[in-house]
Design a protein around this ligand. Sequence first.
Ligand SMILES: [Zn+2]
Length: 253
Amino acid sequence: MRPFDSNLFQLEQVEPGLWLLSEKMVRAGIRSNVWVVEGQQADLVIDAGWGIVDWPFEEIFQPSGKPLWIALTHAHCDHVSQVFQFKDRCFGHHAVKAVVEAPTAKNTNAQPWAPQLKLVAEGFEYLNFDAKSYGHHFKPGVFTDVVGEGDTIDLGGVVLEILETPGHSSDSLTFIDRSRQWMFTGDVLTNGYIVDILPDSDKRAILHVHKRLMAQDFKRIFGGHHAPMDRETAETVVARYAQHKAEQGVTLD
Ligand SMILES: [Zn+2]
């Protein structure tokens, strides 16, 4: 990978072998993280953004001589919009396949939610983004690899193990790099508000998944939104969520 910076997009290195692509036109609070993990044989992009503006793909991801794969934490609009630009391997939960191959505003949750959010950051009004039509023009992508619990994605020298972590959505996966003790948790665990009010959200499942994730050996969590977390921060977020649910009468026992 090489750094990229324009008025709309930024690709920056956050750790050795790990990059973050940001869509600058999306308000920071709801911007989704696009992580890029480098391997010796292939590089892997995790999630495919809001796509308010189509990514200038060849400019952002300059040819490296290695294939560029994509893995999806789940199939919500803000994580799959640009998957159509990837032409090599595409990994995800078995339920994600149908969405990638025939994305709609409804099956990606783009509608009715997008018009209720203030998506566009200040200074980008000139893009004339129309939230009401968001998701109606998503393009189909290529889906090649159904993955689930215990499967791995081998990038050459870097291996990501998969945990099925439903709760935010039923199709949510977490990718774990055991050697560096990194977890890519998608939206089931982020350093901020955890969305559990969507049609296929399950609050008790989230509580269960949080417990399971906290039992893993990890040093860093790279979620689907918001800043990365160390263990201490993640434990605080998990405890706060459990407390909030307990107040609503939702507990694990
Ligand atoms: Zn989501």
